[in-house]
Design a protein around this ligand. Structure first.
Ligand SMILES: [Mn+2]
Length: 273
C-alpha cells in the first residue's frame, strides 16, 4: 500500500491518467490524496470529478476555491466567469450527484503526522483546532443551510481570526484561510489579494508556512493552490501545485519517503490565477 498526494488538477484528467500510470497506481491497494481544485480552467472538469469520485475510499480530496465556485455556479448563486470551464459539468446527466458528492468533501483531512488542506492554515491554529474549525464549515455545507451559506461565502473579510467570531464571518474566515490563503501580514492577518511569487511579495507579507511560531508545524501540511510558488518540499510543508493547468506539470508525492513524480502538461497554458 502506498499513499500519494497529488497537486491541483483543475480539469486536467489526461495528465492525471499519465501520472497514475507512471505510479502503477492500484485503487485496490494504494490511496491518493488530492489537494482540491479538481475543476475549472482546464479542459475536463467533468472527467476529473467522475474519476476522483469513482476512486471511492481510495481517494481523499479536500475542497478548494474552484470547487466551491462550482457549487455556487451550479446553485445559481454565482455567475460563470469568462475563463470558467464548468459547462460540461453543469450540463451532465449526473450533475446533481456530482455536486452533492463535492459538497460533502472535507475542508481539511488529518491522518497521522499529516494534514491535507487546499491553501493553508492560520499560524495560531494548532492542527486539532483547525480540524474542528473545518468541521464547523463541513457541518453547514452538508446540512440544510448549505445554499444560504454559499450565498454569503464571498468576500475577504474578516482578514483577522478571532475566536469570538461567529456566524457567517466565522465560517468565511475559516474557508478563506483553508481555500485561498497564501500570505499573512506580520501580525497574522490574511492578505488575500496577493497571488504572486514569494520573493515578490511586500516586505510586510510572509508566506503562511513561514510565519513564526506556527502552531500547526507539529504536522506536515500537504497543500496546493499557490501555482506561482510551484512545487515546494520542505521540512513540514508539501506544496504541490506545480501549475498543471498552466502548461507546467502535475506532481505526485509519496508520503513517507517523499519520492516525487511529475508529468509535463504541454498544450495547457494561459495566464495564471
Ligand atoms: Mn486554488
Amino acid at each position: 500500500m502506498a499513499l500519494y498526494a497529488i497537486g491541483d488538477l483543475q480539469g486536467c484528467l489526461e495528465p492525471l491518467e499519465r501520472l497514475l500510470d507512471m505510479l502503477a497506481f492500484d485503487p485496490a491497494r494504494d490511496r491518493a490524496w488530492f489537494v482540491g481544485d479538481l475543476v475549472n480552467r482546464g479542459p475536463d472538469s467533468l472527467g476529473c470529478l467522475r474519476f476522483v469520485k469513482g476512486l471511492g475510499p481510495a481517494a481523499v480530496t479536500v475542497l478548494g476555491n474552484h470547487d466551491l465556485h462550482l457549487l455556487c455556479v451550479a446553485e445559481g448563486i454565482e455567475k460563470s466567469r469568462p475563463r470558467d470551464t464548468l459547462e460540461a459539468v453543469l450540463a451532465a446527466p449526473d450533475r446533481d450527484e456530482l455536486v452533492d458528492w463535492l459538497r460533502r468533501r472535507p475542508l481539511m483531512h488529518v491522518e497521522g503526522a499529516y494534514a491535507l488542506v487546499h491553501a493553508g492554515l492560520l499560524p495560531q491554529w494548532p492542527v486539532a483546532k483547525a480540524r474542528a474549525l473545518a468541521g464547523e464549515v463541513e457541518g453547514v455545507l452538508q446540512g440544510h443551510g448549505w445554499r444560504r451559506f454559499l450565498s454569503r461565502l464571498y468576500g475577504n473579510e474578516p482578514a483577522r481570526w478571532d475566536d469570538d467570531l461567529d456566524g457567517d464571518d466565522r465560517l468565511r474566515a475559516i474557508v478563506n484561510a483553508m481555500t485561498r490563503l497564501r500570505v499573512c501580514t506580520r501580525d497574522g492577518a490574511m492578505d488575500l489579494a496577493f497571488k504572486g511569487e514569494p520573493g515578490e511579495h511586500h516586505a510586510h507579507r510572509t508566506a503562511w508556512f513561514d510565519m513564526p511560531d506556527r502552531a500547526n508545524a507539529t504536522h506536515t501540511i500537504v497543500c496546493g493552490h499557490w501555482s506561482a510558488l510551484g512545487l515546494r518540499v520542505s521540512g513540514k510543508v508539501l506544496s504541490l501545485d506545480s501549475g498543471c493547468v498552466w502548461g507546467k506539470s502535475l506532481t505526485a508525492a509519496r508520503l513517507g519517503d517523499r519520492r516525487l513524480w511529475q508529468v509535463p502538461c504541454p498544450g495547457l497554458a494561459g495566464p495564471e490565477e
